[in-house]
Design a protein around this ligand. Structure first.
Ligand SMILES: [Ca+2]
Length: 374
């Protein structure tokens, strides 16, 4: 359900190539029957006898087609939701114990547009309020992602509001780096990127890392999930860009042995998009916090950092928080990239840094690894 008096244009993301597109007519490429090629208006009001194939709707919903006076990304089709407009689709889950994440693209639409417009995305056990930010990219339209929930069996159907869904397997979580105690430390498991979008995906505050669009990490403030096709990503296909300077970042927890010493490694960088400045990120490992500064020239600088900490709780919190924010030459807010977060038990090679308990740390490392495998 839309909130406020304003309108939004909705553009549907195609799922990533390796993932099946679970929704019918996800990009609205199939129009209502009464849309003609020589129509003089880009807007067609839906009626119950003239809906969009694959979708049901209520309230004021218009089908929009790109034309001389209406520019749209993607395949040139979208829908516009009025203040009471809502669209629905039920899809059938295609696997066992899967998490589902929805990626979609929004833009302001209609007259008197405002940046305060919000939209609600609902699934059976969860709903998310998404705000049109209009601050963190150079394009009018922006992509968002919402965690929809977990479906335990392929026999169940899953009604949701709007858009394209991508499936994330949870039975076999990806561990990208050998011996890394963190799952998804390289951020390779997250929402599907929108085809042809150059702006990444905005992820909003999400306090529970077990129910997040970014596997195993929760979001503080606003961050952007970025792909290597359109951004300078330190490693792999994806990374996290912290775009809001108002104490934004990511966090998770991990089962560690109380009293043992661990080494937290990570890479900070910029996305080669003219975002310059001295950026400070606070890294937290258990009870220890430490600030790290990257002097960014906006040309794709990357630098690896690390810190040692002694775990004093189980589970142990790990987080990265940005305290600074920059602006690109086209006045979009920008910030640092985080990637390749690796947590390992402190090894014997760090004996000089950990003068006592080194042997104990080595023993714990073996036990921790066995615990994870088991
Ligand atoms: Ca990565």
């Amino acid at each position: 359900m839309m909130q406020g008096k304003l309108l939004l244009l909705l553009f549907i993301a195609a799922a990533a190539a390796a993932e099946e597109d679970l929704l019918q007519n996800a990009g609205f490429e199939s129009p209502p029957l009464n849309v003609t090629a020589n129509s003089t208006t880009p807007f067609v009001l839906l009626t119950q006898t003239n809906p969009i194939p694959g979708w049901t709707f209520s309230g004021t919903v218009q089908y929009v087609t790109a034309g001389p006076n209406m520019s749209l990304p993607g395949n040139g089709h979208a829908i516009q939701l009025g203040t009471d407009g809502k669209i629905n689709q039920t899809f059938r889950a295609n696997g066992t114990a899967m998490d589902y994440v929805l990626t979609f693209t929004l833009a302001p639409g209609g007259d008197n547009c405002s940046t305060s417009t919000t939209m609600n995305v609902s699934a059976p056990s969860r709903s998310s309020l998404v705000a049109l930010e209009q601050l963190y990219g150079s394009k009018e339209w922006e992509s968002h992602a919402c965690y929809l929930g977990r479906i335990p069996s392929h026999s169940q159907s899953f009604p949701i509001l709007v858009f394209s869904a991508a499936a994330l397997p949870t039975d076999d979580p990806m561990v990208e780096i050998p011996d890394n105690l963190l799952i998804n430390g390289g951020f390779e498991v997250g929402p599907a990127f929108v085809t042809n979008s150059t702006e990444g995906i905005l992820l909003e505050e999400d306090r529970d890392f077990t129910q997040s669009a970014l596997q195993q990490w929760s979001v503080m403030g606003i961050v952007k999930y970025i792909d290597s096709k359109h951004f300078s990503v330190p490693h792999g296909n994806a990374a996290i860009k912290i775009v809001s300077g108002d104490i934004s970042g990511i966090r998770t927890t991990v089962a560690l042995k109380k009293g043992s010493t661990y080494n937290l490694e990570f890479v900070m960088g910029d996305t080669n998009n003219s975002c310059t400045g001295n950026f400070i990120v606070g890294a937290q490992g258990g009870p220890s916090t430490q600030n790290f500064t990257l002097q960014s020239d906006g040309k794709g600088t990357t630098q690896k950092f690390s810190m040692l900490f002694k775990a004093n709780s189980n589970p142990t919190p790990i987080s990265f928080t940005s305290f600074t924010q920059g602006q690109t030459m086209d006045f979009a807010f920008c910030g640092l990239v985080i990637d390749d977060v690796v947590l390992r038990a402190a090894s014997c090679g760090l004996k000089s840094a950990v003068k006592s308990g080194v042997l104990f740390s080595c023993i714990v490392f073996i036990v921790s690894a066995l615990n994870i495998i088991g």
